[in-house]
Design a protein around this ligand. Structure first.
Ligand SMILES: [Zn+2]
Length: 120
């Protein structure tokens, strides 16, 4: 079995990828690539999902809605995802903690939720 240059783990031939002259396993290869992709919101979203973050269905639908609409008011999110205000509050707090979403103010002063990577 070939050995990964980074984690020294054994990897099948088809799981090895060359990166700066080293042969890395799937996991280490993804790690090595991810810093270069931090400007791609979808990649960040996907990469952060791949770490240790298990999202529940409510959190999934909140993120899906924000990906589609760009931003939404908390009330709107609650209605679209079928969550009571208390539940919504909890899911939003969890997603903020994971740095997947953040709060923002529109020019009109309304509070909205955006994807964390959305700097606009
Ligand atoms: Zn490895």
């Amino acid at each position: 079995m070939p050995i990964c240059a980074k984690c020294q783990g054994e990897a099948a031939d088809d799981e090895l990828h060359e990166y700066s002259g080293q042969m890395l396993c799937d996991d280490c290869y993804m790690d090595a690539l991810s810093p270069a992709r931090t400007c791609d919101p979808w990649a960040v979203y996907t990469a952060s999902r791949l770490t240790n973050q298990e999202l529940n269905p409510a959190q999934e639908s909140i993120l899906a809605l924000l990906h589609k609409k760009g931003q939404a008011e908390p009330k709107e999110l609650g209605e679209a995802c079928g969550l009571a205000p208390k539940e919504l509050e909890r899911e939003i707090a969890a997603l903020r903690h994971m740095e997947l979403i953040r709060g923002a103010l529109t020019p009109a002063g309304r509070k909205v939720i955006k994807l964390f990577s959305d700097r606009a």
